[in-house]
Design a protein around this ligand. Sequence first.
Ligand code: PSU
Ligand code: MN
Length: 305
Amino acid sequence: MNIKISKEVKKALKKGEPVIALESTIISFGMPYPQNVETALNVEKVIRDNGAIPATIGIINGEPIIGLTKEEIEYLAHSKKVRKCSRRDLPIILGTNLDGATTVSGTMILAHLAGIEFFVTGGIGGAHKKANLSFDISADLEELAKTNVSVICAGPKAILDLGLTMEILETKGVPVIGYKTDYLPAFYTSTSEFKVDYNAKNPLEIAKIIKAKRDYKLDGGVLITNPINKKDSLDPEVINKVINEAILDMEKEGIHGKDETPYLLSKIGELTKGDSLEANIKLILSNAKLGAKIAIEYKKLNEED
Ligand code: PSU
Ligand code: MN
């Protein structure tokens, strides 16, 4: 097995310093150029400014890389042979020397293999609307069920069925923690009608929950949901209308499977004239800050142990 870990990340892991994984699907398929590259680099900066080490993860020529360089991030933003890579896609991309932009599920797997316990993203995948008929449920949920990486996000993406997504997470035994909220954040907006499993007051409380999950050998992830800041949040009425319109377009165009999420994100970007992209960028930066703080508290707890 070959995994390339950057010098900086390797050193940090060896010293037990807090390391935060970052995904690459958001770069290759989640945002347009050049905002994708700018955001990827800014997220890394926020993590560093808050005392942790970022490790952006992707696959180039069949080689998994933990801690992509700026040039490699640029490359994945442009590569024509890059594929969106979840658990299912990993063997194909690794076995045939393709480029892979790892999703939440793909990133969790590679982060875990490298020994990284925390992962910051924008929004996780989940059960799509009408998933009861289409069975379109993101592999992210399955991964959260079994892989020991905690994921900090702004809630499941609003294009999904949040209620169904929460039901599946319950079945799979994934605790959903709200950061200073009783209700599940909905990505572009800060709240929804669905309750989270616990309202955590500070990063230390979250670190304690993660530690308990690890100490008691309850495999799988913890999902930490951080509401988008009020000033960056979109108007729920407006964004929900836009999402429904985008879904109708998607159905008309016959888009299915792994192409759905990238299509919807880009269509919503068009329809909101960039407002959704702006919100997406803001929420990831905010998640990066929280993720670094949780990882630092977690490190302290383990040192006291
Ligand atoms: N969060 C974002 N933008 C994204 C994604 C998450 O802000 O593009 C990506 C993640 O990689 C997630 C994927 O795993 O969308 C979900 O895709 P799907 O619904 O096909 O499983
Ligand atoms: Mn899907």
